[in-house]
Design a protein around this ligand. Sequence first.
Ligand code: NAD
Ligand code: 44H
Length: 429
Amino acid sequence: MRIVHVGLGNFFRAHQAWYTSVAPDAGEWPIAAFTGRSPGAAAALNAQHGRYTLLVRGPEHDEAEIIGAVRAAYASDDHQAWREHLAAPRTAVVTLTVTEAGYLRGAGGGLDERRAADDVSAWRRGDPVRTVPGRLMAGLAERRISGAGPIAIVPCDNLPANGEAVARVLLDFTTQAEPALVPWIRDNVSFVTTMVDRITPRSTGEDVRAAAELTGFDDAVPVVTEPYTEWVLSGVFPAGRPAWEGGGARFVSDVTPHEQRKLLLLNGGHSLLAYAGSARGHETVADAVADPECRAWLAQWWDEAARYVPLPPAEIAAYRAALLTRFGNRRIRHTLAQIAADGSQKVPIRVLPVLRGEMAAGRIPPGAVRILAAWIDHLRGAGAPVDDAGAAPFRERAGDVRDVLLLLAPDLAGDEALAAAVEKATLGA
Ligand SMILES: NC(=O)c1ccc[n+]([C@@H]2O[C@H](COP(=O)([O-])OP(=O)(O)OC[C@H]3O[C@@H](n4cnc5c(N)ncnc54)[C@H](O)[C@@H]3O)[C@@H](O)[C@H]2O)c1
Ligand SMILES: O=P(O)(O)OC[C@@H](O)[C@@H](O)[C@H](O)[C@H](O)CO
């Protein structure tokens, strides 16, 4: 294998595996994919020899492709396979889709030591590690021993500066667990930063039937995705990479403007709809954007967020227009509950940069305030259910907006006008 992936979920199969499958040199880049946590996805995929159906769902009809880029799938606890793949000289790239929570980042962006502590102890005892930083370190330790040479790590999760983010947590983890490995990582591992975009909801039983009808292939685990796709990358691939440009991937010197455009406008917009839209009784993104009230809130948020996207206004306007079409695709059932998950990890990334920028400019931004208030309402029980391992301390404080702000953004918590605005925007006010 030449690519190893961690996080065998739907998005990886709609995005990185698809780009690899359409690359002109696809045959030279077989993928071994490991699950992030539970083993189910690996067993299901192996039962069909790694092949699966990608249903590209436009507003009018579906197009089906059978993707064969994944040659072997493994459960996350197959530590031997993991070590072997990482130690193999042919392995050149490790891609990741492990959700925001998978990186164990603390408030400052480095490793959350409390969440990592068990894994650091497991490593010191010689037991298997389970977290993403722990697994990466264990695989790289094996690679150093085998002399397999440099490698690129390519995170594909919705985190700002995700290459730097994974480097920090990996190096912090390694400093604690295996300090002697740190210099080798610094010299041999390249951290590539990426912006990824393709709306990929959870598949349903109906999707399974639709896939079989279109292709005749009885696929138990098809993936549904939208036609739109984007991948912007920046960084070095010391052991080579597929010609992902074949699918339209772009290699740039700085991903930041693209990342800001996507994280603030798309993901921030998603979070707004997930909390404020679900509280209005909507179930999906398409339902919510069909509601004029939600659309007006979205426009207000986008006006604020656009000030922090360093791209020409025409480009931002075109992206906003395209987003309305993408969000409005009624054939994509992207549930607000799926997007609402892990708010404690997502809200700081998607909303706080705009809130901080506006406050520094002397403005209290009503769009950002609405998202915060709607998230607090969600923590209090409104709309989509809370599904967030990091929610507990926020839920304990959810009764008091000022307490939530103190935990979420201590630098802003003393601003009484902001607290009052958030309070006023909550449902209880
Ligand atoms: N679905 C999309 O539209 C989309 C688009 C762009 C980016 N992404 C990114 O991809 C991620 C996965 O999305 P998906 O649609 O594939 O979801 P999914 O539920 O299909 O898969 C999630 C994967 O992450 C793993 N995972 C979850 N928590 C983990 C943890 N704490 N440690 C290690 N692994 C963990 C799971 O085991 C699974 O393999 C998102 O969180 C996001 O960062 C998704
Ligand atoms: O995947 P998450 O959980 O990080 O966020 C939910 C959605 O906002 C996200 O998946 C978008 O659909 C995606 O980022 C579009 O490219």
